[in-house]
Design a protein around this ligand. Structure first.
Ligand code: ATP
Ligand SMILES: Nc1ncnc2c1ncn2[C@@H]1O[C@H](COP(=O)(O)O)[C@@H](O)[C@H]1O
Length: 192
């Protein structure tokens, strides 16, 4: 059973690595950002409610996000484990996740913190904006997303550090892709 949270700032490589390891471990990659972008593209009520927050680089209100995660974690494919990417992003979300897991006798196995410096992140996100056309990958919104990360999301590290010894592991995300994957695997299963 593998239940993992990929943690880190925008552009740290959470999605890239989650895709690789979800295939390797045979567990779903659950990205709240991907779910929201799909909802925006489909014009659903969730997408309409989330769009202006996403365009500004603000966090979408907790009640919307928590509902998404609750429904997604109840799907059959999520019963054997998962990789969360982009959730939780504040202490309220982390507490709700703990409550949801406790209600079904589950727990997170590892929180993997991908560490990358802001100047590297900015360069990565600007080039992703050019390559993939993600509308929030413009300089002003990138800078705001980084500020929100440092103000609101990064304090979660203290929350997880206080939860349980060895729950949180730090990985250098500023290395070639395969080295990051290797270090993540080592942090997930140190004896493997
Ligand atoms: N180790 C790496 N070295 C160089 N570039 C990388 C590395 N990992 C990811 N990238 C590139 O950086 C960009 C951001 O990566 P990715 O989308 O995986 O980040 P993320 O943490 O999921 O970001 P966000 O939270 O904004 O969605 C992508 O263009 C990706 O190809
Ligand atoms: N967990 C979340 N809480 C609030 N808002 C969220 C969350 N996950 C995604 N968002 C919104 O979507 C964009 C893009 O997210 P990425 O994880 O970078 O793909 C983010 O800026 C929030 O507006």
């Amino acid at each position: 059973m593998t239940r993992l949270i990929f943690f880190g700032p925008p552009g740290a490589g959470k999605g890239t690595q989650a895709k690789i390891l979800s295939e390797e471990y045979g567990i779903p990659h659950i990205s709240t950002g991907d779910i929201l972008r799909a909802a925006v593209a489909q014009g659903t009520s969730l997408g309409q409610a989330a769009k202006s927050f996403m365009d500004r680089g603000e966090l979408v209100p907790d009640e919307l996000i928590i509902g998404i995660i609750k429904d997604r974690l109840a799907e059959p494919d999520a019963q054997q484990g998962w990789i969360l990417d982009g959730f939780p992003r504040n202490v309220t979300q982390a507490e709700k996740l703990n409550d949801m897991l406790a209600a079904t006798g589950q727990a997170c196995d590892r929180v993997l913190n991908l560490v990358v410096a802001d100047d590297v992140l900015k360069a990565r996100l600007l080039s992703r904006g050019t390559a993939e056309g993600r509308s929030d990958d413009n300089l002003a919104t990138i800078e705001h997303r980084l500020a929100i990360f440092h103000q609101t999301t990064e304090p979660l590290l203290k929350f997880y550090r206080a939860q349980q010894v060895n729950l949180l592991a730090e990985v250098d995300g500023d290395q070639p892709l395969s080295d990051v994957t290797r270090d993540l695997k080592q942090a997930i299963a140190p004896t493997a």
